[in-house]
Design a protein around this ligand. Structure first.
Ligand code: NI
Length: 175
């Protein structure tokens, strides 16, 4: 098991649509363990496979509170079956540095997919888990939460990020 490097915007790999998993073998099991390690180490509450550069449709999340036992959920090939209601929540992302914004999403969601052993599962979620599911499934489709904010806000963020990345680069050169 090993944590992997998380790709960050504007890495173009984050924009690719991930392909369905067809064979759940030992390699996939290992990769899922790596994904969980990566998420917990970050730390984050959700991660999609293409955030670590593997374009296969797998998400992991854990929305348990800090004082609760961990509750890892793995969904392979997740598909949104039903949505209901609208809610606006402040979101952030391990792949979008130094930014958060309110995003409108469905309040309740039903998702079907496979668990890590390949058994069919149906998840009916509301609250934070519903938001995380939509956010991670977006990743698998090459979408980021910044795609849901206004163009103006997104442009302001892009400009600020460019500056930040440039500063980081120049501080590296000073080593
Ligand atoms: Ni994210």
């Amino acid at each position: 098991m090993a944590a992997r490097r998380i790709l960050t915007y504007p890495d173009t790999a984050l924009r690719e649509r991930a392909e369905p998993v067809t064979n759940i073998d030992g390699k996939i099991q290992e990769f899922i363990d790596d994904m969980a390690d990566t998420m917990y180490q970050a730390p984050g509450i959700g991660l999609a496979s293409n955030q670590v550069g593997e374009p296969c449709r797998i998400i992991v999340f854990d929305t348990s509170a800090r004082d609760e036992p961990s509750d890892l959920v793995v969904v392979i090939n997740p598909e949104i079956i039903e949505v209901d209601g609208v809610v606006s929540t402040e979101e952030a992302c391990l792949s979008v540095i130094d930014y958060s914004a309110d995003v409108k999403r469905a309040q309740r969601i039903t998702v079907q997919g496979l668990d890590r052993e390949g058994n069919p599962i149906t998840l009916r979620k509301d609250g934070l888990s519903a938001i995380v599911l939509q956010h991670e499934i977006d990743h698998l489709n090459g979408l980021l939460f910044i795609d849901h904010v206004s163009k103006l806000k997104r442009e302001l963020y892009k400009r600020r990020l460019k500056k930040t990345l440039k500063q980081r680069e120049s501080s590296l050169q000073r080593l």
